[in-house]
Design a protein around this ligand. Structure first.
Ligand code: NAD
Length: 256
């Protein structure tokens, strides 16, 4: 029996990176996964991979920053599956033009990043929560970042992910009596394709410990499946006693 057996799970940004690893893992654990993703090529690859492995996955093209699309996606999930038991708000990320408040092009960076990382999380939660309340509860897992806890030179991303932490704790408080648990994960660097490019490492390889950034991670830089494992636990009934938790997942970097 899988750890998410029979549950209906929506994973945003499931086309690649951590969202893809989580979609695959959730399906392997028995969830009926909906990949709510902007990029159809990536999402269809994830969907096909899961189906080929015998899992249940459906791609619904969704821009998480667009309220009408988000509302329509959640309504479609309800028609198809009858409930939304898990929402993993994974779509997000920083952009290279982010920086210090006195240097950035505020309009370009602020609007994009706040919209994707904070508004997207808020909109998906806003349209999943009423369905969760109606069916007696559920689990929301949000993606924050170590950038929200440590000082980084990406001030907008840091603020957006800080907002995700505050939103997580407020929603956890507001919906606890409705049986909804809300938790967030704060990864350090995770070796998605995007981050691999930064380190110049091939799939399956970890960056050399001679790399200045990699050396700060005593357990090595994380892999997408390692974050997916944490999301799986928080999404599953094994975490029944846990809500409002902010889980750093940085391989010991922040205490090292
Ligand atoms: N990779 C890291 O090092 C790292 C570290 C800390 C936190 N995070 C967070 O983890 C989450 C996943 O990061 P990742 O590195 O796996 O990302 P990624 O860039 O590898 O994948 C992001 C996915 O989201 C999709 N997406 C982008 N905009 C979207 C939108 N508007 N609507 C729907 N889907 C959209 C993309 O098409 C892509 O499939 C993000 O929230 C990110 O901020 C990542």
């Amino acid at each position: 029996m899988g750890r998410l057996e029979g549950k209906s799970a929506v994973v945003t940004g499931g086309g690649t990176g951590i969202g893809r690893a989580a979609s695959e893992r959730f399906a392997l654990e028995g969830a009926r996964v909906v990949i709510a993703e902007l990029n159809p090529d990536l999402a269809q690859e994830t969907e096909q991979f899961i189906r080929d492995a015998g899992g249940d996955a459906t791609f619904l093209q969704t821009d998480v920053t667009d309220e009408d699309q988000v509302e329509a996606t959640m309504a479609s999930v309800m028609v198809a599956h009858g409930s939304i038991d898990v929402l993993y708000n994974c779509a997000g990320g920083s952009i290279t033009t982010d920086g210090k408040v006195d240097e950035i092009d505020l309009d370009a960076v602020y609007d994009h990043t706040m919209s994707l990382d904070l508004r997207g999380t808020m909109l998906c939660s806003r349209h999943a929560v009423p369905h969760m309340i109606a069916s007696g509860g559920g689990a929301i897992v949000n993606m924050s970042s170590l950038a929200a806890l440590n000082g980084v030179n990406m001030h907008v991303y840091s603020a957006a992910k800080g907002g995700v932490i505050s939103l997580t704790r407020s929603m956890a408080a507001s919906y606890a009596r409705n049986g909804i648990r809300v938790n967030a994960i704060c990864p350090g660097f995770v070796l998605t394709e995007r981050v691999r490019e930064r380190f110049g490492t091939a799939a399956g390889e970890r960056p050399a410990q001679t790399d200045k950034t990699a050396r700060r991670y005593p357990f090595g830089v994380g892999e997408p499946h390692e974050i997916a494992n944490i999301a799986l636990f928080l999404a599953s009934d094994e975490a029944r006693m846990i809500t409002a938790a902010i889980v750093p997942a940085d391989g010991g970097m922040s205490v090292y």
